[in-house]
Design a protein around this ligand. Structure first.
Ligand code: FAD
Ligand code: NAP
Length: 248
């Protein structure tokens, strides 16, 4: 039987806030596609407890990078948060998942809309050549509750520098006023036109392809706001424009 877990070693931990952290992990995983996830696991009370986590680094780079939120009373996330450099973690050797550009039909603009840690797969995708080869315009929107919960700012700035004119980053901060971010939620900003205005691009089902990731309520509400504009979920047998990944 194929191996279920390989052993990984934490090489670095980044604490963004008391609830948000990243782990960089060395582990012999197989090749993966940007946007995919694998499982991480720890032995807890004699039982191996594993959960899926998106891979944040692009496929050509190592170490593996994972971005976590601590879930209150969560079985695994709390324990992952206690890991430090040098600690061991079990890693699924084969990544999977369909939130990948190979699943996205051709179009002219790519919109990546995320809440919280759901930005992870998009940061992997945006550091490959494919979005820039296939789409003339790429928009990343990221919604967090407070300004302190912005993470990977240096990575986003690097993407902006690498693709001037082709890339727009639209931050949302929902629970405090800031000078730099849109307020409120992504679905409302789709409905009232603020997202398009800030991105400098139009959401149009003929040209735009949309990937949604993170909070399942955001995914549902954003898909509904897009449906009102003529978008529909993409299925291999019934092509559409929206691909989704719910984190819970
Ligand atoms: C495809 C996929 C990719 C994922 N990628 C990531 C990732 O990159 N980073 C990340 O932090 N998490 C990610 N998750 C969520 C992750 O797999 C776990 O569900 C999460 O870490 C909670 O696990 P736990 O054992 O601590 O909580 P559990 O004890 O399993 O669950 C506690 C409860 O919290 C709910 N819950 C789970 N996740 C969240 C959340 N983020 N916010 C609020 N409630 C939640 C569950 O529905 C459950 O009812 C992903 C999930 C999926 C399906
Ligand atoms: N972030 C924290 O400080 C914190 C602390 C302790 C525990 N947690 C737990 O961790 C979980 C994840 O927290 P999180 O802050 O990372 O993620 P989150 O609750 O998913 O919030 C991230 C962003 O998603 C937005 N959002 C929520 N529901 C939405 C919807 N239906 N449509 C569109 N946008 C929506 C939020 O806006 P709104 O602000 O308008 O909801 C926020 O801007 C939560 O369930 C929470 O219980 C978080």
């Amino acid at each position: 039987m194929a191996e279920r877990w390989v052993e990984g070693t934490v090489t670095e931990k980044v604490e963004w806030t008391p609830q948000l952290f990243s782990l960089r992990v060395d582990a012999p995983v197989e090749a993966f596609e940007a946007g995919q996830f694998t499982k991480l696991a720890l032995e807890i009370g004699g039982e191996v407890v594993g959960r899926p986590y998106s891979i944040v680094n692009p496929p050509a780079e190592r170490p593996l990078d994972f971005y976590f939120g601590i879930v209150k009373r969560g079985h695994l996330s709390l324990r992952l948060a206690a890991l430090r450099a040098g600690d061991r973690v079990l890693v699924g050797p084969r990544a999977s998942g369909f939130l990948t550009l190979s699943e996205v039909p051709e179009g002219r603009a790519l919109w990546l809309l995320a809440t919280g840690t759901g930005i992870g797969p998009f940061l992997s995708i945006l550091r490959t050549v494919e979005p820039w080869r296939r789409f003339g315009r790429v928009v990343l929107a990221h919604a967090v509750r407070t300004a302190a919960e912005r993470a990977y700012v240096d990575v986003i700035e690097g993407i902006e520098r690498a693709h001037p004119g082709a890339f727009a980053f639209v931050p949302f901060v929902s629970r405090e006023a800031t000078a730099f971010a849109l307020s409120g939620r992504i679905p409302q900003a789709i409905a009232d036109g603020r997202l398009e205005e800030r991105a400098g691009a139009a959401l149009d089902p003929e040209a735009s392809r949309v990937m949604l990731c993170g909070n399942p309520d955001m995914v549902r509400d954003a898909a509904a706001a897009l449906a009102a504009r003529g978008f529909r979920k993409h299925r291999r047998r019934e092509p559409g424009q929206i691909l989704v990944e719910n984190y819970w």
